[in-house]
Design a protein around this ligand. Structure first.
Ligand code: SAM
Length: 435
């Protein structure tokens, strides 16, 4: 079948042509499914054959009448190949600060955004980012060294500024070292002000900032008050703040404070988010099935049954240490010890220190066998990254990277929930049409 439509562009159905002809004049909402279908160069009929659906179902997916299943989107993403954006389908531009491996990038890409600038200074995180987000530009390094003039104009500023100065672990460690923390900490605490200076210069239509839940209570609420004052009173943005648990989307308890801001007053409400019921997801969606129903991958899983590599099973010494440690703390009436999970459970927050002993999420293996750590692929899944996400770094780096990242579907939902108000600010309230 000819992949090209009558307009010489992928697709070629009547709706596609109308969308493209009107593109300059009419602002259209294209669903992620449709965008991926276009990027994969597939007509409605081709998508129907590929996915085992009827053309009518593809029309309904295009029109947003039915939500595509995750497996369908993953398949379409993989058929679309690269995650580079075609400007014809770009709905807004954004910059990705403190990008890590691109959790927020993935979320905002999926919501129709096109990333125009990335800053991340860790070379291993850059490696993973570049393997998954193929931009024709380099990743910028230390944000404190970057002149605002060198950052392109953008509609949304996205930043998960580092959480060390604000997290309980970071705070107690710094207190123990007798050092100040939060905004008084000269090395890390000023990074928020880099975010603020970029917002102040570029005045994007909106921003999304993300941090650990503890940010709100840090230093008796004073840290958050400085942030709020800066964003609302000094920069004049309308601010909306909510703590969201990834448990609504994934089998992981992971609470993050989400700050969404708009340059003008809007009718944004967190109700737009329509959070799915929490606690429905289970670890079986994440764990390797080990029955041959998935393909073995690298050193994570081996053999025809794709069994988890023995290297992830805890040594007798480490397992004994974790059991003794947990017993000691239980006797003293504190601490959670390790967290053992099976297919029917949800798990604790994956942290950047998971590479050390994996104690927060251990997978029980039964029959007298010691538990095991999650593989990096399972970490990618528990953070909601797509199945085709490439992991080009060592296990240690991969654990750090996923533990530092965001739960992708949470932020994809937030990015989509922001859209009506984002477009309102970008286009001065123009009515958007839906496909
Ligand atoms: C919590 S992670 C952010 C995760 C990311 N937002 C995501 O979507 O998954 C913070 C990142 O900021 C990076 N970072 C810290 N200081 C930086 C700086 N001065 N310039 C650029 N990147 C920095 C760290 O290397 C780390 O990867």
């Amino acid at each position: 079948m000819n992949k090209s439509g009558t307009n010489g562009l992928p697709g070629g159905t009547k709706t596609d042509i109308l969308t493209l002809i009107n593109h300059d004049k009419v602002i259209r909402m294209t669903s992620e499914f449709t965008r991926l279908r276009h990027q994969a160069g597939m007509t409605t009929e081709m998508a129907a054959v590929e996915l085992g659906y009827s053309p009518r179902q593809i029309f309904r997916l295009d029109a947003g009448e039915i939500e595509p299943r995750k497996a369908v989107l993953d398949r379409m993403r993989s058929l679309a190949g690269v995650q580079e954006h075609d400007d014809r389908f770009t709905q807004f531009t954004f910059i990705d600060l403190f990008a890590g491996i691109g959790g927020l990038r993935t979320a905002f890409d999926n919501a129709g955004g096109r990333c125009v600038f990335t800053s991340e200074w860790d070379r291993f995180a850059q490696q993973t980012y570049e393997a998954n987000h193929r931009d024709n530009r380099l990743i910028a390094g230390d944000i404190t060294e970057i002149d605002v003039e060198d950052i392109p104009e953008h509609d949304v500023l996205v930043a998960g500024f580092p959480c060390q100065p604000f997290s309980i672990a970071g705070v107690s460690k710094k207190n123990a070292l007798g050092r100040a923390h939060g905004f008084l900490d000269e090395t890390q605490g000023t990074l928020f002000f880099d975010v603020a200076r970029i917002i102040s210069h570029h005045r994007p239509a909106a921003f999304l900032l993300e941090n650990v839940k503890n940010l709100k209570s840090h230093d008796k609420g004073r840290t958050f008050e400085v942030i709020r004052r800066t964003l609302e009173d000094e920069l004049g943005y309308e601010l909306h703040v909510k703590v969201i648990d990834a448990k609504h989307y994934l089998p992981q308890h992971r609470e993050r404070v989400v700050m969404v801001g708009f340059r003008q007053a809007t009718n944004f409400s967190w109700d737009n988010l329509n959070l799915p019921e929490a606690g429905v997801h289970r670890m079986r969606e994440v764990l390797h099935p080990e029955d041959g129903s998935e393909q073995a991958e690298g050193h994570f899983t081996l053999g025809p049954e794709a069994q988890v590599n023995e290297k992830y099973t805890l040594s007798d010494k480490l397992w004994q240490y974790l059991k003794d440690y947990a017993a000691k703390h239980k006797a003293a009436g504190n601490g959670f010890g390790y967290g053992l999970v099976g297919p029917d459970d949800t798990c604790r927050t994956l942290s950047a220190r998971y590479y050390k002993d994996g104690s927060e999420i251990l997978v029980g293996q039964g029959r007298g066998k010691n538990p095991r750590r999650l593989t990096p692929r399972e970490c990618a899944r528990v953070m909601g990254f797509p199945e085709n996400f490439r992991i080009p770094v060592s296990d240690t780096q991969a654990y750090k990277q996923f533990g530092n990242s965001v739960a992708v579907p949470v932020f994809e939902a937030v990015a989509k929930a922001m859209q009506p108000q984002l477009f309102q600010v970008m286009y001065g309230g123009a009515q958007r049409l839906t496909a």
